[in-house]
Design a protein around this ligand. Structure first.
Ligand SMILES: [Zn+2]
Length: 62
């Protein structure tokens, strides 16, 4: 099972994107949104309200 490197959502097989960085690190993205936030905008997942990392920080409250 592959999880998005940014929002930590599960990526179904044959969907999403695999991105290999120059240093050999492999990142997985479920959507272009996640790819853009991570690579272009260099945002932290925990700073984004819509990621699981942020939800966990809040204590799972919704
Ligand atoms: Zn994602």
């Amino acid at each position: 099972m592959v999880r998005c490197s940014f929002c930590e959502n599960v990526i179904k097989p044959a969907t999403g994107k695999m991105y290999v960085k120059k240093d050999g690190k492999i990142l997985y993205f479920c959507t272009n949104k996640c790819e853009k936030n991570m690579l272009k905008l260099k945002r932290k997942p925990s700073a984004q309200r819509w990621t699981k990392a942020a939800a966990a920080k809040k204590g799972g409250k919704k």
